[in-house]
Design a protein around this ligand. Structure first.
Ligand code: 13P
Length: 252
């Protein structure tokens, strides 16, 4: 079902102790989180098991930020979807633009990861979004359509029902430059229409589509108010417990 979601992507921030402290601070504020808002924290891999022990009796869920494209074996330094699941994580972010840009992740790799996540009972949070020049030259709808056609639109309807989408315009990530609510809504509406055309009316209605890119309490009310924006995938503001919890209160 379509859910209101605030997910915090910690990226490569916080050592283990700092991560545990941040999780603790968020747990201490959890009574402020509205009941219908689902809250997910995505710390680095090495924090997952410890943070899961802290959150397991709370409403907070955890996610990995990535998983390997292979199932298991001689892939030094990689962490598989089944390993992620074994920590107690229920979600995994896949296809973040930083993975695409710095680690050459292609749509093919992203699709392999999505399939492994699903096979291991993880909900994939699948990211899409255009770069600045693609926004400026008017290619943004085509870019996002292609990213989705090469990945999630290759899934069955049943598989797709486990997917959460995140639209993150690359030019808005970590730049302090947010998409306007109108720009974000326009793209979310476009994505939902593609889901409808590829799957069904029900799939389109049930899919949660999150916005990501310099989203913070001062701009989230306007963003989350939009018909097709179901919450946020938050970077910088997820590292401050008060801001992160504040975001959960900005749905209308
Ligand atoms: P910022 O909120 O720091 O712009 O990051 C967004 C993001 O990339 C979340 O995945």
């Amino acid at each position: 079902m379509r859910q209101k979601i605030v997910a915090g992507n910690w990226k490569m921030n916080n050592d283990l102790n700092q991560g545990l402290e941040l999780a603790e601070a968020i747990i201490n504020l959890q009574h402020e989180i509205p009941e219908d808002v689902h809250v997910i924290m995505a710390p680095p891999f090495i924090h997952l098991a410890d943070i899961h022990r802290k959150v397991k009796d709370t409403r907070l869920k955890i996610s990995a930020q990535n998983c390997a494209e292979e199932e298991k074996g001689a892939f030094t330094g990689e962490v598989s979807a089944s390993m992620v699941r074994s920590t107690g994580s229920e979600y995994v972010i896949i296809g973040h633009s930083e993975r695409r840009a710095y680690y050459n992740e292609t749509d093919d790799v992203i699709l392999k990861k999505i399939n492994l996540a699903l096979k291991n009972d993880l909900y994939p949070i699948v990211c899409c979004g255009e770069k600045l020049e693609q926004r400026e030259n008017g290619q943004y709808f085509n870019v996002v359509r292609e990213q989705l056609e090469n990945t999630i639109f290759k899934l069955s309807s049943e598989e797709f029902s486990k997917v959460i989408l995140a639209y993150e315009p690359v030019w808005a990530i970590g730049t302090g430059k947010t998409a306007t609510p109108e720009e974000a809504q326009e793209m979310h509406q476009f994505i939902r229409k593609l889901v409808k055309d590829n799957f069904s009316d029900n799939a389109a209605e049930d899919t949660s589509i999150l916005y990501g890119g310099s989203c913070k309490p001062s701009n989230s009310t306007e963003l989350f108010k939009q018909d097709d924006i179901d919450g946020g995938l938050i970077g910088g503001a997820s590292l401050k417990s008060k801001d992160f919890v504040e975001l959960t209160k900005t749905f209308s």
